[in-house]
Design a protein around this ligand. Structure first.
Ligand SMILES: Nc1ncnc2c1ncn2[C@@H]1O[C@H](COP(=O)(O)OP(=O)(O)OP(=O)(O)O)[C@@H](O)[C@H]1O
Length: 257
């Protein structure tokens, strides 16, 4: 698979590192306070796919929202290359985020009154970026969503909505892509295809791609897995296999294999 098959080549850009320093987010106060992300330091190299795994409630979604600038940390910093997202005003953050970060939400967040095509193109319109028909065609072919272009999200299956949401995240050729359970609604075959595309996309575009997943098979597509528990990175697995991921998760839960 190449991303360049439909016309103009996808512009490769120098990989940038996604960095977090001392990233902390607490919800609630007093006895009800939950520190969802607790002094996290990360250096995620561009051009590689990183998976984040851990128990439910360990803070994975909060972490990717903070890394994307969708939510503000209580303390700590997020950098995309030399740009500090956490230091920006809301207005500047919205502008940088729109151009630099692509996000695949857990619930897709597609706009129900808009066609698949308009949903995919929305980040370009919102950020005043030129429409690139050949890149749109490449993504549509890669994700197999040509029939979804003229449908509204409520006329699509969950898996089709997910593919449209992935196209929307990639349409601006963002430097950083954050994905919360990008294959959660897909069958094994469709998941494998999407993950291969995401991996190829980050390699060919030099993107830093971080995805949250509960699926060891999905995580094995990554070049590294971060094991997350109680808001902290408690371990790394490099060159993961489904078996090494399961062993890592068991170790995280204190279970001996
Ligand atoms: N908006 C919020 N207000 C209050 N507490 C929150 C909020 N969002 C998350 N939390 C709490 O923060 C903790 C981490 O939640 P988060 O959704 O980041 O975990 P997760 O690892 O992504 O979970 P899952 O795997 O179930 O999606 C949980 O205890 C959750 O209840």
């Amino acid at each position: 698979m190449t991303l360049n098959q439909a016309g103009r080549p996808a512009a490769a850009s120098a990989p940038v590192t996604l960095t977090a320093r001392g990233l902390t987010k607490t919800y609630g106060t007093g006895d009800a306070a939950v520190t969802a992300v607790d002094h996290v330091d990360l250096d995620i190299a561009g051009g590689a796919l990183t998976a984040v795994m851990g128990p439910s409630g360990s803070g994975k979604t909060t972490l990717v929202h903070l890394l994307a600038g969708l939510d503000r940390p209580d303390s700590g910093e997020v950098w995309v290359g030399d740009d500090e997202l956490t230091g920006l005003s809301d207005k500047k953050l919205a502008r940088v985020r729109g151009r630099v970060v692509g996000f695949v939400f857990q619930g897709f967040n597609l706009i129900q009154t808009m066609s698949g095509r308009d949903n995919i193109a929305l980040p370009l319109r919102l950020n005043g970026l030129p429409h690139d028909e050949s890149w749109m065609a490449t993504l549509v072919e890669m994700l197999g969503i040509d029939r979804e272009l003229d449908r509204r999200p409520y006329e699509m299956s969950g898996g089709q909505q997910q593919r449209v949401a992935i196209a929307r995240a990639l349409i601006t050729r963002p430097r950083v892509v954050l994905a919360d359970e990008p294959t959660g609604n897909l069958d094994t075959h469709a998941s494998a295809e999407i993950l291969s595309h995401l991996r190829a996309s980050c390699r060919e575009l030099g993107q830093s791609v971080v995805m949250v997943t509960h699926d060891p098979a999905a995580a094995s597509y990554a070049s590294q897995v971060l094991l997350f528990a109680d808001g902290r990175v408690e371990g790394h697995i490099t060159d993961p296999t489904p078996e090494s991921v399961m062993a890592g998760l068991d170790a995280l839960a204190g279970v001996e294999r």
